[in-house]
Design a protein around this ligand. Sequence first.
Ligand SMILES: Nc1ncnc2c1ncn2[C@@H]1O[C@H](COP(=O)(O)OP(=O)(O)OP(=O)(O)O)[C@@H](O)[C@H]1O
Ligand SMILES: [Mg+2]
Length: 662
Amino acid sequence: MNARLLSTSPFDPSRYVGSVTFISPDAAKINLPHAAGVAPRQYSGYAVLGGQVGEFVFIEGEGVAVLGRITEVRLPDSERLKAEPAAGERPDAHPIGFVQLLTTLELSSGKVISGIPAHPRIGQHVYSAHPLLVKHIVEGADATSEGVVELATIPQDASTKVNVSPAHLFGRHCAVLGATGGGKSWTVARVIQEAARLGGKIILVDPSGEFHTFTDGVRSVFLGGQRRDARDSRTFVSFPYWDLTEADLFAIFQPSPGAQVPKMREAIRSLKLNYVLHGDGEPHVYTKRDASKRDFNLRVNSNEGLVEAKGAKYRIKYLGKQIYEECVFESGGTRNEPDHSVWGAYDERIRGYCDTLVSKVFSITRSKALECLFHPQDFEPLTEKLDEFLASGDAVLRVSLEHLPFEHNARELLINAVGRHLLGLAREGRFQSMPTVVVLDEAHQFLSKSVGGEDNRVYLDAFGLIAKEGRKYGLTTLLATQRPRDIPEDVLSQMGMFIVHRLINDRDREIVEKACGNLDASAAAFLPTLGQGEAILVGVDFPMPTPIKVTEPLFPPKSEGPSYAKFWRKRPVDVSQVESDLPRHRNLHDAYAELLGLDAEEVGSLVDVEPFARDGSRGEMLYSYILDFTGLASPEVEAKIRAKHGSLSVEVGAHFFDGLRL
Ligand SMILES: Nc1ncnc2c1ncn2[C@@H]1O[C@H](COP(=O)(O)OP(=O)(O)OP(=O)(O)O)[C@@H](O)[C@H]1O
Ligand SMILES: [Mg+2]
């Protein structure tokens, strides 16, 4: 760390807060004569708290100042009652503060020394730390270098900025953690906007489309969904199915392990061979019935390179048909004189086993929402857009998934595949000269978990791999998640920087403590009480965990607190449909009256029913709401509801509350 002169003395008498009465290797107790005063003081325009939990203090030493943080303030038991107000008098109490010792500042050089080489002694004086000195310690050499990310300010003093160098922030991957509503997305937006200002390169995966507000130097593409009409100028891109692995496809189509898995595998291979032989022309399927096995094998062998190549093309439109074509007897001829050189006739029994798979293939490949995957010819490929972006002067490529459905694990598999593609580019050295950061908000959806049924599990490992090996290729990640416990330890351990927002869950806190190294229990104790936008900044190169208030991004993401609105927005909503279907002026009363077949005045307190959201096992997709009116209605009204719905428990669609005036 560079030596820099200090902007002010750490031992300014007007910032005196007390003296040391007890010292242990990592903590100290101090007298805090001013802490029982009700209001903090001001000096030279900066607040002097004088003994408040969370406050930074300097303890005098020889040639050094030891920085600590007050973690507890209390009155000795005998003085408890002195805290009670006595008219007009200042309390004559003697509070004691507990201080966690953090790091040491060398006065002559302004250098920050890790640890506490020389401990303070009893009786030494303690001073409230000046915000500028806290900033000095946190930033180290960063503040002197050009082009820093203006990330945050010090919570007690909005005018003292905390700047971080891009190398510190992105160089070893960064994790933004925190409970829902803590401010992760805003922090992500701040970081991206700063990176863009500094001319960085960011690929932003935007799961819910909330980052659409920032447009300067940003290219936006949509994976999933399609243009509404000719005037719609958004760019919809594809990620072609032939770039998925076989395991990905199995996780989507879920073939059963008996007959369906081998038939589907063979069918894909046959289609790939067929494509090599005939391209888009006829025949579209490879007929195996009565065909020579030798011919087939010869063709496969002589085209092996093309058929087995990564991303080998084929036409999934004919997959169902080809699966049927695979359902033939192993040999031709007759029962008494089998001919093993050819396949036999269609095996209706196996075809029967494959029926469910074929109909699944048929419906999923024709799903409108998945056209970006199964009809790539109608869109521009994401991979091309990526290349264009990397060659361009733009700072951010935003890949919005707002229209991509949760069904069939498409979101997870596609993003994982995009991650795999990026890792491939990285290994080719494409980011060597232009370090690039992939930003993944809501990373727990896409990271290190498996998707698919029991028999067709796919482990989403692409971003874990980027975290592990991307750095040496110039590709790093910024992962934002509300579920740190879902990120495997070996991925978390690769992170060089943590921005930890409010965290309530104990297990999450433990995991973060473990992963952050220098975030000890006393600093972690502040996590549950952080406000929106407040965070603790912990870095491997940082001298200590630092509380910060993230500066509001110029263009905040459009996100509200946890509410219905949030869930509704997160669903892949066909907006045009919702808008045209539902009159905007309806209120909840009218909607319930219509739903239950009641007159408006009969609805009464029924509007108080608590809707129960059915959101599937993963809680990420909202299917419907259950409204249980038991006990809320008069017997006559109950009878009416029963007459219409057969029960007092009524299920309504996920769109039911959209556009209502609540
Ligand atoms: N730096 C900030 N300054 C001021 N307000 C903030 C800041 N960060 C967040 N907020 C407030 O907190 C709200 C929630 O923030 P945000 O959407 O970033 O939370 P989140 O952690 O991403 O939540 P989720 O897990 O639900 O996505 C914002 O709508 C905003 O009002
Ligand atoms: Mg968010």
